[in-house]
Design a protein around this ligand. Structure first.
Ligand code: SIN
Length: 504
């Protein structure tokens, strides 16, 4: 039977940083990272903006960053967590630098600090407009060389197993689907870390890749972990509008920080009507303002206007964005860039404490799938990579302190679904997925949300999915779709509960 001391599920910044730190500190522990596609296929590698860290103690301060984070979170952040994350940021940044991660500097050799919505100061460290990719690659390079880490790509974790020992529920292993051999297997563990990212694929317009199907939320919920604040899905104001395409290409908030304007069909700026910070208001404000403007105009997108900016500097700062626009025939120095708000980040998730520990004793959640208390209702731009680093560190320290309490279970478990079906049913599931995306988007963006109707419709979609599965044979699209259904139901339920609370 397979076993590993620590199982990490997901290969974005939080999972890899946790793995690297833990493997260095505890060479005696075996670590397995399972990721459902190739290791680099993560939300992290798409992160453009960068990491918000206070590095300039003359113009900036921890208290300003704390204030900006709390203000963006709309009164729902956990102040102690905000304080801890922001004060720990320079140390975690230093660790990234030590492994060779490169962040841009200006001609004076100082950090070239970017500005983004909701920040009162320039404080975003970035690697041009591909900060996440730079971090992901540097971490992967190290991880692949560490003798006590095994990185298993194309391994889709289906479910966690828990057992009750001395009145405590603990996580003792996981069922996973090994794509190469088309087999479902079980692995025993002493500790599990979920770093599975978010659920942007539940929405028609999203910046999240196809893999963002809420797997961690669904698995954790099935295992009995507490999930909170899933009603707070953040929409990024400026995804490149390219009709019905999923995912949409992100145009970083840093572009607005660099001076770009948002304009309507008549070429007029309109954001100041909604917030005095205009283009540099927080994401929720800017996205809501654009949605209202679109409702009024009946159009399906607005524009980002970069024509007044220095073109050479724009191309130097945003080479990936510029190249992508150019490929579509859009020249940012001459043309308006069509943009639309798109689901971008899940602010809620699996409830964790300051150590990334969930309500199940040896189960941790880090990164976007975790709800740490840092973001409240609306995450401040570029605070997510930072949160991932800090909580991966906290969780790593905690695992080091506590793993001795957990031993391997001797139980030999037989998967509920013994066999995986190889036939390709992606087409049928894509149709169901599109229906689900339409439904969740319509529900979430409606001013009069009818949760009961949404539940009914989702149940019908679920029945259709089950009808596609023969006997005991499951498929990858079925597993992902089931996770999407489970996550949608949680979002709708928590939206309904939040609405009911407001009425009381
Ligand atoms: C962006 O570059 O606008 C995205 C960064 C983030 O999500 O914080």
């Amino acid at each position: 039977m397979l076993k590993t001391d620590i199982l990490i599920i997901g290969s974005g910044i939080s999972g890899l940083f946790f793995a690297m730190k833990t493997a260095k500190k505890r060479p005696d522990l075996s670590i397995v990272i399972m990721t459902k596609e190739s290791a680099q296929n993560t939300n992290t590698q798409l992160a453009q903006g960068g990491i918000a860290v206070v590095t300039d103690l003359i113009k900036d301060s921890f208290s300003k960053h704390i204030h900006d984070t709390l203000r963006s979170g709309g009164g729902l952040c956990d102040k102690e967590i905000v304080n801890m994350v922001i004060k720990q940021a320079p140390e975690r940044l230093q660790e990234l630098i030590e492994i060779g991660t490169s962040f841009d500097k200006n001609e004076k050799g100082q950090w070239d600090l970017g500005l983004e919505g909701g920040h009162s100061q320039h404080r975003i460290l970035h690697h041009k407009d591909s900060s996440g990719l730079e971090i992901e690659q540097k971490l992967l390079k190290i991880i692949r060389k560490m003798p006590n880490i095994e990185l298993l790509e194309n391994h889709l974790v289906i479910d966690l197993n828990t057992e009750v020992k001395r009145n405590k529920t603990i996580c003792t292993g996981a069922f996973f689907y090994e794509k190469k051999h088309n087999r479902i297997k079980y692995i025993r563990t002493r500790s599990v870390v979920l770093s599975t990212g978010g659920c942007g694929q539940l929405f028609e317009n999203t910046t999240n890749p196809k893999i963002a199907t809420g797997d961690g939320i669904a698995m954790a919920a099935r295992a009995g972990a507490e999930i909170v604040d899933m009603q707070y899905i953040q929409f990024h104001p400026t995804a490149l509008f390219t009709g019905k395409k999923n995912p949409l290409f992100l145009i970083s908030e840093a572009v607005r920080g660099f001076g770009a304007h948002i304009v309507n069909e008549d070429g007029k700026r309109f954001l100041f009507k909604y917030d005095i910070r205009g283009e540099l208001a927080t994401r929720d404000m800017v996205s809501n303002a654009i949605s209202k403007e679109l409702q009024l105009s009946g159009k399906d997108h607005v524009y980002l206007d970069c024509r007044h900016l220095n073109a050479a500097e724009f191309y130097a700062h945003f080479p990936v964005i510029a190249a992508h626009c150019n490929e579509l025939g859009i020249k940012p120095e001459k043309d308006l860039i069509p943009v639309v708000p798109a689901a971008h980040y899940q602010c809620g998730g699996i409830k964790v404490d300051e150590n990334g520990a969930t309500s199940i004793k040896n189960l941790y959640a880090v990164g976007e799938c975790a709800r740490t208390g840092l973001h409240g209702k609306n995450r401040l731009a570029s605070n997510s990579l930072l949160e991932a680093l800090v909580f991966a560190h906290q969780a790593s320290e905690n695992v080091d302190r506590t793993i001795a309490e957990f031993t391997f279970s001797n139980k030999i478990l037989i998967p509920k679904f013994p066999k995986a079906e190889q036939t390709n049913d992606y087409y049928a599931f894509n149709i169901l997925k599109n229906e689900l995306q339409k439904l969740v988007t319509a529900f979430y963006t409606s001013e009069e949300r009818d949760a009961d109707l949404a539940f009914e419709k989702i149940k019908l979609l679920n029945n259709s999915a089950i009808a596609l599965v023969k006997d005991h044979e499951i498929t990858i699209p079925f597993i992902e779709f089931s996770n999407m259904i489970a996550t949608s139901l949680i979002i709708i339920k928590q939206c309904k509960e939040a609405a009911n609370k407001q009425m009381c």
